[in-house]
Design a protein around this ligand. Structure first.
Ligand code: I3S
Length: 128
């Protein structure tokens, strides 16, 4: 793991920088806005946090209060088909309530780790 990717607690939690864009909200398509985002998986919830450096006065609350939270219980994750994006290594995360994100990272090992840990979390929540 590189310094901007952290994994702890018997591999059940993870945090790192990923590129993400929302593509659907309440089942409605929204315009893509790819941004590098601090992403945290913890207790069955995936949260996206704004980079504090990109906001006024480096607002610390942005690190604590997420921009978006996706509950992984009942969510699905899989590799996005080629028509979803021209980028490589794109994952498609579909949450309940018709929310959909694309998650992307150029480094294969990093995006594969995220795929695996999110899939594991979804499976664990399904059987709980
Ligand atoms: O799926 P799309 O519409 O081809 O997505 C591209 C656009 O969102 C584009 O911005 P504009 O809305 O200004 O056209 C983005 O810059 C691209 O990154 C999007 O495509 P990729 O293939 O990168 O997901």
């Amino acid at each position: 793991n590189s310094p901007d990717q952290v994994q702890t607690v018997q591999n059940l939690e993870k945090a790192g920088i990923l590129n993400k864009t929302k593509v659907c909200e309440n089942g409605k398509k929204v315009r893509k806005n790819w941004t590098a985002t601090w992403t945290v998986l913890r207790e069955g919830v995936l949260t996206f946090h704004k980079d504090p450096k990109s906001t006024t006065a480096g607002n610390i609350t942005n690190q604590i209060v997420p921009e978006f939270a996706v509950e992984l219980k009942g969510a699905t994750i899989g590799w996005a088909s080629k028509d979803k994006s021209s980028k490589k290594n794109v994952l498609e995360l579909k949450g309940k309530n018709g929310v959909e994100f694309l998650i992307q990272y150029d480094t294969d090992s990093i995006i594969h780790d995220w795929h695996k840990i999110i899939l594991d979390a979804i499976r664990k929540l399904r059987s709980s």
